[in-house]
Design a protein around this ligand. Structure first.
Ligand code: PLP
Length: 356
């Protein structure tokens, strides 16, 4: 049976990326060595890392004020690393709390300084993006989550502010054209739209660094990583390689314009199907619906299990909602073909016919 991979993360990767990654484990580029057994300071790995960095700069159209880093750990590490580098202990950082990941982010920041949660949509179970906020005077930065993976909401227009803007873009990075130069720091765990688990992309505008009094442990210090060219210690070589291949695949397949076109097409098809079938409902405020993760429910909760069972039987992988949210969640990252969404929508139609 053909499987359709709607996993929320780690998630679907392009087939040619998996193919090349698999070959590289046995024999990297006909060197006779596995990628896993070559040094990270070899020219071989240097080329991989440099291509990955150049691809990020190209896709994001970054100017020279930015540095691109590939660092260990997931996005969760950045919840701590961002304030450790940018928030003085007597200063205040502003956070938008529009989902469980943003909520976790500000709680980590509190270990380092003061936090002002300036917008919070937990009053409505995070089913919208609260964009109505004001930032306290002198705040060090504003942190947002560009796409709320769990709740299925996404920022469509980013806030315009006069302090550094920081975004966790883990689940919608490289999914559509974006003016990345409006951000001062962007981070993303690779395993949703960019590669394999184990590496973080961090893009930082250099001039926001070096402004705080706190001594920063070397491995957590962005400036030290910049100075070392992402090679302070052994980077996650294989994960960086998979990211490089995925970035190459994005560029070869039309870049962000094409990714954006596909994301819009897939998500429009799915939301139109949900809206057309009265047995389903998507509670997220329409203007904030995510193109990456669609969350919806069956109006009759008793039908949820039979629907999820049917999905399983038909090879639809990873569509059960997040454990605290329930319902159904369909993730539509770059590598997911339109065909998978079409087949999923056909399944919704036939289920609705039988149970409507
Ligand atoms: C998955 C996710 C995280 C957590 O990523 P880890 O790599 O598991 O630490 C953080 N933020 C967002 C938006 C996510 O989707």
């Amino acid at each position: 049976m053909k499987l359709h991979n709607f996993n929320s993360g780690p998630s679907i990767l392009p087939q040619p990326v998996l193919q090349q990654a698999a070959e590289a484990i046995i024999n990297y580029n006909n060197t006779g060595l596995s990628l896993l057994e070559i040094g990270h300071r070899t020219n071989w790995f240097q080329e991989i890392l440099q291509e990955a960095i150049a691809s990020v700069k190209q896709l994001m159209q970054l100017d020279d004020s930015y540095e691109v880093l590939f660092l260990h750990g997931g996005a969760t590490t950045q919840f701590m690393q961002v304030p450790m580098n940018l928030l003085d202990s007597n200063a205040t950082a502003a956070y938008c709390d529009n989902g469980i990941w943003g909520n976790k982010a500000w709680k980590e920041a509190k270990h380092f300084g003061n936090v002002a949660v300036v917008a919070d949509s937990s009053d409505k179970q995070y089913r919208y993006i609260n964009k109505d906020f004001s930032i306290p005077d002198g705040a060090s930065y504003l942190h947002i989550t560009s796409n709320n993976t769990v709740e299925g909401t996404q920022w469509n227009q980013y806030p315009t502010i006069d302090i550094p803007l920081i975004a966790d873009m883990s689940s919608d990075i490289f999914s559509r054209p974006t003016n990345f130069n409006q951000f001062d720091l962007i981070y993303a765990g690779a395993q949703k739209n960019m590669g394999a688990a184990g590496v973080n992309l961090v893009v930082v505008r250099k001039n926001i660094l070096g402004k705080i009094a706190r001594p920063i442990p070397t491995i957590m210090n962005y400036q030290k990583h910049i100075d070392a060219g992402s090679l302070m210690n052994t980077p996650p070589v294989f994960a960086v390689y998979v990211s490089m291949l995925t970035l190459r695949w994005i560029i070869e397949n039309g870049g962000l314009a094409e990714m954006g076109k596909n994301s819009l097409q897939k998500s429009t098809l799915l939301y139109n199907t949900i809206d057309a079938l009265p047995i389903f409902n998507a509670p997220v405020v329409k203007e904030d619906r995510s193109e990456m993760n669609a969350v919806f429910f069956l109006n009759d909760p008793a039908l949820e299990e039979p629907f999820l069972d049917l999905c399983k039987q038909e090879g639809m992988i990873g569509v059960k909602g997040y454990r605290t949210v329930g319902g159904v969640r369909v993730s539509m990252y770059n590598a997911l073909p339109l065909e998978s969404v079409q087949i999923f929508c056909d399944l919704m139609h036939s289920f609705a016919q039988k149970h409507g």
